[in-house]
Design a protein around this ligand. Structure first.
Ligand code: NAI
Ligand code: MG
Length: 366
């Protein structure tokens, strides 16, 4: 049956960048005969405005059934006054929780044309293409006991790092599967030197590797040393797999290796559905950017690259994903820039839709 995509543009620049993704999807439909059953719905403030909730139950049901969900961004100053239970972010959190998206994929990819943009030396980042897999549904952000308690006459803040074997195993599998579609190399990061959960993490990753993925190259690194290596020579890595807390820090650090927020895609994957595809949500890392919303200034590349990830990881269309990424690379090499990709040198930026059109042109020429 035709693979399905649910599009949730959301708020602020979300709908603006998603409009460019729709152009790309249409292009693949017309020129490559890739047919998708595409539907659109509301999330975040846009859903609150219509339904009084940031994610309607019908939308949640559609998301559970879709082969891939593409999300723009949620939130904005208009909604800051809302009660926590109906804040736009809650729509996104509900999607992640109910779809049980335990594996968060954050690529750090540096296009040569933007290597000057990085805070690191050009030769350290040019051509960089690594993937951080962060466990997203467990670990210290969720572990019990937690709270602030009174001990004698002072307060104590408590969080618990807790990982079950099966939680580690499933995210490890997801990293090994990814590595097979990329550079066939996984580096697992924890702190087995000082943490029990780290010892278990290392054991389970090693067991899964030996039993099921011996063809993939596996190494282990303490997460603090990993942070150092990420800045020193990031190209040594292909896939990095790590827990929720370390993954939060390492993926934000890795993001800055590559330059603008407007360039960063992400995916969150869950368990396989009946048809074998994982539950999946694809979204740019950036938010709704209220400061530039409605002005046609937003860079659509993060959202377009998120769709490239969907092609590769949900639909097994790696060649088409590469073709799309190459088109983005071509456009950047030609000097086409949205405002976020320009310094103070007075060059003229293109608009959101012009950037989308250039990418379509490059696809057609490819
Ligand atoms: P943001 O990512 O929306 O913006 C940070 C800065 O980067 C702004 O100056 C913005 O103009 C710029 N920027 C972001 N994306 C861009 C793009 N595609 N092209 C060009 N420039 C871009 O983060 P901020 O300002 O902290 O949050 C704004 C709103 O977005 C808040 O309501 C926040 O809660 C929400 N948010 C939503 C996220 C999501 O939907 N996943 C993630 C982060 C924030
Ligand atoms: Mg973070």
């Amino acid at each position: 049956s035709t693979p399905s995509i649910l599009i949730l543009p959301g708020d602020g620049i979300g709908p603006e960048v998603m409009a460019e993704v729709v152009k790309v999807i249409d292009w693949f439909g017309e020129k490559r005969d890739l047919k998708f059953d595409v539907s659109h719905d509301l999330v975040g403030g846009a859903a609150y405005d219509k339904h009084g909730t940031p994610l309607a139950d019908e939308t949640m049901e559609k998301a559970q059934k879709a082969d891939a969900v593409l999300l723009g961004a949620v939130g904005g100053p208009k909604y800051d006054v809302l009660d926590f239970s109906v804040k736009p972010e809650r729509g996104l959190l509900r999607l992640r929780k109910e779809m049980d998206l335990f594996s968060n994929l954050r690529p750090a990819q540096c296009f040569d044309a933007l290597a000057d943009f990085s805070s690191l030396k050009k030769d350290v980042v040019a051509g960089l293409d690594i993937m951080i897999v962060r466990e997203l549904t467990s670990g210290i952000y969720f572990g019990e006991p937690r709270g602030i308690i009174k001990e004698g006459n002072e307060r104590v803040g408590i969080n618990t790092q807790r990982y079950t074997e099966s939680e580690i195993a499933r995210v490890a599998r997801s990293a090994f599967e990814l590595a097979r579609k990329r550079g066939n190399k996984v580096c697992s990061m924890e702190k087995a030197n000082v943490m029990e959960s780290g010892i278990l993490w290392r054991d389970v990753v090693t067991e899964i590797h030996q039993a099921e993925y011996a063809d993939v190259e596996l190494s282990h690194m303490y997460a603090d040393a990993g942070a150092m290596q990420l800045c020193r020579w990031p190209k040594q890595f292909d896939v990095i797999v790590t827990d929720n807390l370390f993954g939060d820090l390492l993926s934000d650090a890795a993001a800055m290796l590559t330059g603008s927020l407007g360039m960063l895609p992400s995916a969150s994957l869950g368990a396989p559905m009946d048809n074998g595809r994982p539950k999946a949500l694809y979204e740019p890392v950036h938010g709704s950017a209220p400061d530039i919303a409605g002005q046609g200034k937003a860079n659509p590349i993060a959202c377009i690259l998120s769709f490239a990830m969907a092609l590769r990881y949900s639909f097994d269309l790696g060649d088409d994903a590469t073709r799309l990424e190459k088109a983005v690379e071509k456009v950047l090499a030609d000097g086409v820039r949205t405002a976020d990709l320009l310094g103070e040198d007075g060059a003229t930026p293109v608009s959101t839709s012009e950037m989308g059109d250039k990418i379509i042109e490059a696809l057609t020429a490819s």
